[in-house]
Design a protein around this ligand. Structure first.
Ligand code: HEC
Length: 128
């Protein structure tokens, strides 16, 4: 009797260890969050997102907001679509969240792209 209780205990211990190790594994495979102090570059990080997702319609359909390579920064920041250090208050950022309508119209950008844009605005929206 004692022997079989022991093997049940062993089996339970095995299951618990297995569950714990699989939780740990889940955490390992998740993509790493962007470190807080990473400096976002307008040219290297923001422009490619705009080029892929926005510049086909902006400015052709929306002349006020030109998101093509040489005009994007001026159009976004000088026309106050982006308010440096205030992502929540920026029309540009609000549109990525769907307020009042989602941009791009085909569906929201990946969370990681939205986060990069938010960080860049909060870092003062530099033309770097
Ligand atoms: C398929 C075409 C299309 C794409 C792609 C697109 N937009 Fe738009 N966008 C529009 C249209 C049309 C409007 C005007 C209607 C409206 O406000 O919803 C607009 C409006 C906006 C406005 C508000 C402009 C204003 O003057 O109020 C912002 C900001 C904006 N888009 C940002 C973006 C961003 C950022 C992207 C890429 C992530 C993007 N858009 C991609 C078509 C597009």
């Amino acid at each position: 009797m004692i022997k079989s209780k022991n093997s049940i205990a062993h089996a339970l211990l095995f299951v618990i260890l297995f569950l714990l190790s699989s939780c740990y594994y889940d955490e390992l495979v998740e993509s790493e969050p962007l470190a807080e102090d990473v400096v976002i570059s307008f040219t290297e990080d923001i422009q490619p997102i705009l080029k892929t997702n926005c510049s086909s319609c902006h400015p052709l359909l929306v002349p006020a907001l030109d998101l093509t390579e040489n005009n994007a920064y001026e159009s976004m920041v000088n026309e106050a679509y982006v308010i440096p250090e205030n992502a929540e208050g920026s029309t540009f950022y609000q549109r990525l969240l769907g307020n009042p309508t989602i941009m791009p119209p085909s569906g929201a950008l990946p969370d990681s792209d939205i986060e990069i844009i938010r960080r860049w605005i909060e870092q003062g929206a530099p033309n770097n």
